[in-house]
Design a protein around this ligand. Structure first.
Ligand code: GLN
Length: 297
């Protein structure tokens, strides 16, 4: 048997040798997961012996991570806005950058009571569900083309106790019956439409890191030729589903700010803002649907 510290050092070496970007951190997070320990516990016990089965399980996980399988797929969990989400290969792993979008959404909903939110391309459901956790008076719809992704979103809805306030719908943007005006769906008027759609140009996908290129669903990445396909498609119909004065909020690729802002302008949106992420890159575009009076001017 070997100590926690020795085994952790092995893990770090395995990941370093495989050129994993954050080898030390990932080796630690896998140990935390495999041995079910916390950092504080580790520092008090790092010279204790680790059970042989646990060591074997840990080293097997490191070997998988060395194959560039995302850490979150190995542990089945990702943290977003302080909440734990179940994830696997059926959904895009929630990104920290996307928290900027959710923070902006919450601040734009501040003066709205009982807001209704539509999350288009919901994936794991992380955007919609974290908004609902933060706003107890809110309810919403999450739509995605992928049944597989929706199964994950529903599992997250259950784990977060949001069954009563979130509806998930299989839909290629607005194609589902649910979104047709006479479908009996009473929640067709939203205060906010929010989306982190696929926005990578098809030709750029090959340049992404292996974890993303081979393990995130291709459907969740590919924004087609110019990466703007979903912004065009969603924005063209957003006005039919938003209340006048409602907000349209997008996450964007860092070089898409101006182009997405133009798409919003072309479609009757005003008060357009481009917001940056923590790295100082353009990450969010926001617009407001004109009110009826504004449209008549
Ligand atoms: N809305 C999900 C997220 O932000 C999924 C996005 C996607 O699949 N493009 O993580």
């Amino acid at each position: 048997m070997r100590t926690y510290k020795e085994v952790l050092e092995d893990g770090i070496q395995i990941l370093n040798a495989a050129a994993i970007e954050e080898a030390r951190l990932d080796a630690w997070l896998l140990l935390e997961y495999a041995a079910d320990i916390t950092r504080a516990w580790y520092y008090a016990h790092m010279d204790d012996m680790l059970a042989t089965e646990t060591e074997a399980r840990y080293l097997a996980l490191c070997a998988e991570r060395a194959q560039h399988i995302p850490l979150q797929h190995l542990t089945g969990r990702a943290y977003f806005m302080g909440y734990e989400f179940y994830v696997d290969e059926r959904v895009l792993v929630p990104r920290q950058d996307t928290e900027v979008l959710v923070e902006e959404a919450l601040s734009h909903l501040k003066d709205c009571t009982a807001p209704k939110v539509l999350d288009m391309c919901t994936g794991s459901g992380c955007i919609l569900l974290s908004i609902l956790k933060e706003r107890e008076d809110a309810e919403g719809t999450g739509a995605d083309i992928s049944e597989d992704a929706l199964a994950v979103a529903k599992e997250n809805r259950r784990r977060l106790g949001l069954e009563k306030r979130a509806v998930f719908v299989q839909s290629d943007t607005f194609s589902a019956d649910y979104f047709q005006k006479n479908s009996g769906n009473t929640s067709s008027e939203y205060d906010m439409l929010i989306s982190n759609p696929p926005y990578i140009r098809t030709q750029d996908i090959q340049e992404l890191m292996e974890e993303v290129r081979l393990h995130d669903p291709m459907l969740a990445l590919d924004g087609k030729e110019d990466g703007l396909y979903f912004y065009e498609k969603i924005t063209a119909h957003a006005g039919d589903y938003l209340k006048p004065g409602g907000w349209l909020m997008y996450e964007i690729g860092c070089d898409q700010g101006q182009e997405v802002a133009e798409i919003l302008k072309k479609n009757r949106f005003t008060d357009i803002e481009i917001k940056k992420d923590l790295a100082g890159l353009d990450r969010v575009v926001i617009g407001k649907l004109q009110t009826q009076e504004e449209q008549n001017v």
